[in-house]
Design a protein around this ligand. Structure first.
Ligand code: GLP
Length: 234
């Protein structure tokens, strides 16, 4: 595991964007695993800026996102598809048919199977970007009794609903369920980049040096052979 301490959020975002752009420059056909939440916004802004300057080309790049809210169609402004369009896909030259997220409006069981088959068909993920939920979740893999291997539909915890309420105006509007990539696709990614910012010192420490337990889903990342953590937390 490599831990890179950044000076602040902007520095963290630029360093993470540098690693992602190196991946795309070296391997233009990379499959990038992408994340939502507030943490990666600065990374996506930086990538879009470098794209505008002609420094990075996404024309052959493929993306698979970690998760999507259940019940929201792709054109819903609160969907993660809309988030990705606003923050990255709409700003760079990635081909829309090369961008993949679970469909929130599909029948969950079939959609989960489709998503796992898709990731397998793409040959797995070359670089997976992750944020860290306040309770240690990654994607929407919430604390539980076991690490869920495949893409699955989850009930969001009260903690996660509260944390995401800021995007919806009020807690009542946050969807109660989500479809998320499982731990197998995440752990099989060739490289993982975990970006952590702000007020998450305790959960970051528990994730990186506490016991490996499904109670802290991110703790399994300790077993990944190529994990880079970038954080502005001292
Ligand atoms: C959501 C996403 C996660 C993300 C988490 C942290 O729950 N599903 O992928 O890591 O939020 O969000 P933030 O970066 O806003 O703290």
């Amino acid at each position: 595991m490599k831990i890179i301490r950044a000076r602040d959020y902007r520095d963290m975002s630029r360093k993470a964007a540098n690693l992602i752009s190196a991946q795309v420059i070296l391997f233009p056909r990379s499959v990038l695993g992408l994340a939502t939440g507030s943490t990666p916004i600065g990374i996506y802004d930086q990538l879009a800026e470098w794209y505008d300057k002609g420094d990075i080309d996404f024309s052959e790049t493929v993306t698979v996102n970690l998760d999507e809210y259940h019940g929201l169609p792709p054109d819903d402004p609160q969907s993660y598809r809309a988030f990705m369009r606003a923050h990255l896909f709409g700003k760079v030259n990635i081909r829309p048919d090369n961008t993949h997220l679970p469909r929130g409006d599909a029948e969950p069981r079939a959609e989960c199977a489709r998503y796992d088959a898709l990731i397998a068909r793409l040959g797995g993920i070359d670089l997976q970007l992750l944020g860290l939920g306040r309770n240690g979740h990654i994607g929407f893999n919430e604390p539980g009794e076991a690490f869920e291997k495949s893409t699955h539909c989850v009930e969001l915890t009260a903690d996660t609903i509260r944390a995401n309420a800021r995007f919806f105006g009020d807690e009542g509007a946050v969807p109660r369920r989500a479809i998320t990539m499982g731990m197998k696709s995440i752990m099989q990614a060739k490289k993982i980049l975990l970006a952590v910012s702000g007020d998450k010192k305790d959960i970051l420490e528990r994730s990186l040096s506490g016991p490996i337990t499904p109670e802290v889903p991110a703790s399994i990342l300790q077993l990944h052979p190529d994990l880079t953590v970038i954080t502005d937390i001292p």
